[in-house]
Design a protein around this ligand. Sequence first.
Ligand SMILES: Cc1cc2nc3c(=O)[nH]c(=O)nc-3n(C[C@H](O)[C@H](O)[C@H](O)COP(=O)(O)O)c2cc1C
Length: 390
Amino acid sequence: MRPKAKRRLDACNNIGDLRRVAHKRLPAPIFHYMDGAADDEISLGRNTSAFDDYELLPRYLRDISSIDLKTRVLGADLDLPFFLAPTGMSRLFHHDKEPGVARAAAHHGTMYSLSTVGTTSIEDVAGATTGPKMFQIYIFKDRELTREFVHRCKAAGYTSMCLTVDTPLAGNRERDNVTGMTIPPRFSLASLWSFASHPGWAFNLLRDRDFRMANVAHRVDALKNSTMRLMDYINSQFDRTITWDDAAWIIEEWGGPFAIKGLQTADDARRAQDAGASAIMISNHGGRQLDTTPAPIDCLAPMRDAVGDGLELIVDGGIRRGSHVVKALALGANACSIGRPYLFGLAAGGEKGVSRAIDILKSEVERTMALLGVNRVGDLDASVLHKAGC
Ligand SMILES: Cc1cc2nc3c(=O)[nH]c(=O)nc-3n(C[C@H](O)[C@H](O)[C@H](O)COP(=O)(O)O)c2cc1C
């Protein structure tokens, strides 16, 4: 890495700083696609601000000489209590794309999740790292494609799967309408200046122009005489008829650790348990689907009450500080997952930028635990929390 790029990353003290660098380095349509959310973006803001409703109660004069962050979730032993959630189209943000992100995750001993709509294949990500890997699946109308993913992930050594259920149709991302964002990006008159004024991003584009959704592209190639574009194919594949029976079917096909991603209610948590899931990623898709849904952290307690210890609960969304991870664990989460924080890092500096994002959050988690007088993730409980205003 060039010294200037390294200095730029080293100067980032927190995830907010990485976001600012990402904003500078990406053409506006790409940045806003990553950063934006649905409708009025109420959930986007609330996902993070809800953590402020829980204050931390420090406890001193305890031996805090060692802080152990080891966590077991979805059948994987992690060195950190958070992992990287699935995000599509990483090539948009940096040419290191999915393998770079997966290597950074493995370097820190945590899990990488590959999205169905990633720009690298299941097999190529598996070849890039031996770290724990989850594959995020949709149940497409073409059930054979869904089944094909399961078999390929088994063969490639993925440790777990998650089924994303909060995207039966695409959310209303108005920033994308304003900027003219399309996938893959097209150089319209409106966005031309933005692309032209980001020579670093444009130069990297020339190094690798492959924006293909690598796991589904072969299906489009196979559609004989079809003029269908890839994105149209994906949208045409979202199936509005799927139900819990289909979820149970895919969980059984996989036969290993399996999370349902995108649930927010106690009732759905019970249904996930009945369907045979081993975990739930409590999530509103980072506010990108249905706006004004509650913050995931606020859904945790009722969902835990509903399923007891029977299911692993993962808080997904809004995490921008290590203290947010600690609060989720103290409220009963088994782990957390992050999306934009590592994407900001990816845009800011490729694999090294992702590493920087993970490093920042890791040291914040360690510092928070030390100041709370807690040595191990498993020892965190509600006694370290105070509900603000009470
Ligand atoms: C640019 C972007 C792309 C995403 N793509 C996917 C995806 O392909 N599949 C999926 O299940 N979730 C996707 N998500 C949602 C993330 O997995 C995660 O739920 C969300 O980012 C968590 O919120 P956070 O960004 O505040 O951490 C995406 C999120 C972003 C920001």
